[in-house]
Design a protein around this ligand. Structure first.
Ligand SMILES: Cc1cc2nc3c(=O)[nH]c(=O)nc-3n(C[C@H](O)[C@H](O)[C@H](O)COP(=O)(O)OP(=O)(O)OC[C@H]3O[C@@H](n4cnc5c(N)ncnc54)[C@H](O)[C@@H]3O)c2cc1C
Length: 540
């Protein structure tokens, strides 16, 4: 059996950063197991390819969630990257760290070393910010290029002017001192190409002889010797493929993401004894928090029909698309260099006393059924609105003992009353923004939820019928003190009660943050690399 110092399961946002950092020590050997293929496909790298990779089963786990109490019986689609770079290879490129309060809350729950001032040096160390930003908050020398959307659009400008007319200030850097305000979004795009965690961190690390990356390697369970994780069993080539085992001299590190990490722990006998027994899995270590606590951002998308101007809906039709393709090929600009969202706005619902609790995005386009994936034919503009720190929690549970079965995903969107109130407030703000004076020359009428929707109950009904995920699941292997009933890992990300096993990915977040999760998943891995190597925190 082959032996490495570290076996990393999953080459996503976290796994790629971790492989890079741990392999800086030439004497350390690292094996990265990735269930999906290499990230060669051109749609991964072309920003507008997002719309294609969204459903591409060869590089996407393409999960379905269970219908929840407030999703009107709908099973909401849950894409996840299944290739080198993981979800950072199919995501919407937005770079958003969250607020000081998010991380200070993690520390207050009992996680030493995870306050904002503790994690800021890692955000900085990872990034190469190109453009505006105070160097007290922004990094300039890291591998991860972060640029600002360069497409200057009349509708986007009018939307931002509309926000300002409602008292929302223009913020030059929402990843700086203060998040609140409106601005063009910041993106992980360089020269018109996606910067995934793989392109920024894993591929450079693969040039080192101590890094061994195995694609099409689906980990099926962690091998234990007593309470110590000693290696990983994986199947080469998916269901029916060849079983292979690798040993870890030092540690097995689970970076499978919010859905797959808890599932793999459960398949390996770590989790709630009742669940494991019901699935016929032998209990190796009782840890009831595994898979519990799932959180995500739930967004209804308010859509208005547009007049007097062309939107992306038309620019991608007929000969326009050929012009745009030529533009991208020659200048790396234009429609094909765009992300699904162009403007970000952070503001208050009035329902909580916390700092901005709403996130709104603007796109000069509209999508079928409000889901980013298929553009409508008619010109439209969309404001997605969501609650930054929801209270509702759900779970991820193995469906069976078969590692190739998709897990059961129940997010319980809007189960908490506060979440319903904040979502309704967000939709009302979205309507006010679209009806603001600067957008009036282009605003034809509201298509969804529609002018007939006026009361809070009607807004809520609309949200349950058409709201969807913003693809930010987290919190299923939560970091917290050993004496809590819910924690899975400690503040060093070691699985409670076991040795040689850590979880390092978005699943360890104890509470949802006010952001898309890619930046933080990478920050978690960068910090974990120092924890694993016993290195001091970089200077703030
Ligand atoms: C469609 C979409 C749009 C998004 N848009 C944005 C955005 O614009 N900005 C943003 O910040 N965030 C966005 N996100 C979220 C963000 O990309 C993720 O939160 C982040 O990438 C999660 O990182 P991770 O390391 O936890 O997991 P992932 O990056 O998902 O990595 C997990 C990896 O583990 C592999 N794996 C899983 N199970 C196994 C197994 N058993 N054996 C071997 N390998 C395994 C997977 O294939 C995958 O490569 C988006 C996500 C999606 C899906």
């Amino acid at each position: 059996m082959e032996t490495f110092d570290y076996v990393i399961i999953g080459s996503g946002s976290a796994g790629s950063v971790l492989a890079n950092r741990l392999s800086e020590d030439a004497a350390t050997t690292i094996c990265v197991l990735e269930a999906g293929p290499s990230d060669w496909h051109p749609y991964i790298h072309l920003p507008a390819g997002f719309i294609k990779t969204f459903h591409m089963k060869s590089i996407n786990w393409a999960y379905q969630q269970e219908p929840g109490p407030y999703t009107a019986g709908r099973s909401i689609y849950a894409p996840r990257g299944k290739t080198l770079g993981g979800s950072s290879s199919i995501n919407g490129h937005i770079y958003n760290r969250g607020q000081r309060l998010d991380f200070d809350t993690w520390a207050q729950i009992g996680n030493r070393g995870w306050s904002y001032s503790d994690v800021l040096p890692y955000f900085k160390r990872l990034e190469r910010r190109v453009g505006e930003g105070d160097d007290a908050y922004r990094g300039r020398d890291g591998n991860l290029t972060v640029t600002t959307m360069e497409w200057k659009d009349t509708l986007c400008e009018a939307f931002m002017a509309g926000a300002m007319s409602l008292g929302i200030p223009r913020n030059p850097d929402y990843n700086g001192a203060i998040q609140e305000g409106v601005s063009y979004c910041q993106r992980t795009i360089r020269n018109g190409l996606r910067v995934s965690a793989a392109t920024a961190f894993l591929h450079p690390a693969r040039k080192r002889p101590n890094v061994h990356v195995r694609t099409h390697a689906h980990a099926t369970n962690i091998i234990f010797e007593g309470k110590r994780a000693a290696g990983v069993r994986y199947v080469k080539g998916g269901r029916g493929g060849t079983p292979v085992e690798v040993r870890a001299n030092k540690e097995v590190i689970l970076c499978g993401g919010t859905y797959n990490s808890p599932q793999l722990l459960q398949l390996s006998g770590v989790g709630s004894p009742e669940l494991l027994q019901s699935l016929g899995i032998e209990v190796r270590h009782a840890l009831p928090g595994v898979g519990e606590g799932l959180q995500d951002h739930y967004a209804p998308r308010t859509v208005a029909r547009v007049k007097n101007i062309r939107t992306i809906n038309q620019l991608r039709q007929g000969w326009h698309l050929w012009v745009e393709a030529l533009k991208w090929a020659t200048t790396r600009r234009g429609l094909l260099s765009l992300s699904p969202t162009m403007v970000y706005c952070f503001w208050h619902s009035g329902e909580t006393t916390e700092s901005s609790d709403l996130q709104l995005t603007f796109t000069p386009a509209s999508y079928k059924e409000g889901v980013q994936g298929k553009l409508e034919d008619e010109p439209g503009m969309t404001v997605a609105s969501w609650q930054q720190r929801p209270e509702s929690r759900g779970y991820v549970r193995a469906r069976s003992a078969d590692p190739f079965d998709a897990p059961v995903i129940q997010t319980n969107y809007l189960a908490a009353e506060l979440d319903r109130r904040v979502i309704v407030a967000g939709m009302k703000l979205a309507r006010r923004l679209l009806q603001s004076h600067p957008l009036a020359p282009y605003y034809a009428y509201e298509d969804f939820p529609g002018p007939q929707v006026r009361s809070d109950d009607e807004f809520l009904a609309a949200a349950t019928q058409r709201g969807t995920t913003t693809f930010h699941p987290g919190c299923t292997c939560r970091m917290g003190p050993a004496d809590s009933t819910w924690a899975v890992v400690d503040d060093q990300l070691r699985v409670h009660g076991l040795q040689g096993l850590r979880v390092v990915d978005a699943s360890i977040m104890p509470r949802m943050i006010s952001a898309n999760l890619n930046a933080s998943a990478m920050m978690i891995a960068d910090k974990a690399s120092d924890l694993i190597r016993g290195k001091a925190v970089p200077a703030a």
